[in-house]
Design a protein around this ligand. Sequence first.
Ligand code: SF4
Ligand code: SF4
Length: 346
Amino acid sequence: MESLYHIYKRRGYTRRDFLTSAIAISTALGLPSSLLPKVVKALEVKPKPVVIWLEFQDCAGCTESFIRSTSILPTDVLLDYLSLEYHETLMSPSGFYAEESKREAMEKYRGKYVLVVEGSVSPKDKGVYCTVAGKSNVDLLREAVEGAGLIVAVGSCASWGGIPHAYPNPTGALSVSEVLKGKQVVNIPGCPPIGDVMVSVIANYVITGKAPELDSMGRPKTFYGQTIHDRCYRRPFYNAGRFANSLDDEGAKKGYCLYKLGCKGPITRNACATIRWNGGLSFPIQSGHPCFGCSEPDFWDRGMLYTPLSVVSGRFGIREALVGVAVGTAVGVGVAYMNKKSRGGK
Ligand code: SF4
Ligand code: SF4
């Protein structure tokens, strides 16, 4: 099977283009520059990754984000690079032929393939609320996990249960790691997650043969080690106490901090403020909209999307520090702690 370098060559790209992508992957993964020659070597010779992508209770938004990842690999290279053996939205076979190609791939690449899961899992009532080809989603998941070299849960639905898990959770939706207790699952939350992050985690597996370093909630530390607030370019306004009070007032036009409009950046771990979206073009806060905190557990149930954190936290019994700059930080620490506890993190 071809390596990334061979695909670049076949598609008419130059070696410089290939090296630019290798550097982008290495940078995104936070690897030291001394390791760059090893990254280049691995991408020159290691065969492209085999991916089996299952969709359960999802909206396919994570897939949409994935195929629009352009900063690291051009889209045509990306789709050529991944050996997508099964993906209901992107594959051309359907029905019996689709299921047969998945079965063959699971046998042929046993122990080596990357299993990506998009959407939450519904074990309630024997999994009857989410079935594919007559099998329950739980059975399909367990069957695919058996031979997987790496299990990746993409999106907040697969990582935490997401919107299907929101109250009253009629299908009993769970995250992938709740169903696969004891197995290592790489969580890439976000609704949807950033495409470049998903691509980088798969590229990391090609290069190192293992998962990236994870935090206590299964998220890659490189991408989820900081909050949006930690890296937000509006932070100087927050520190100076300059806030927009509506989406179109003078403060908003001057680019002031969106905290009072409900920004959840202080409690949200993700790389939106650094990697950004659409080839690094922008992210919600840069477009003038507060962060909803979509990559944190239960963001939908907490609701009050446009309500400041200091008020939202009151619903959960967290003691509030209601004045000035300290508000966001105090609430951030409290809610982040609550997120960890609710998901069994340390
Ligand atoms: S995480 Fe969001 S974008 Fe992804 S499947 Fe769930 S609802 Fe859709
Ligand atoms: S509260 Fe939101 S807009 Fe303000 S600095 Fe923090 S992340 Fe940026």
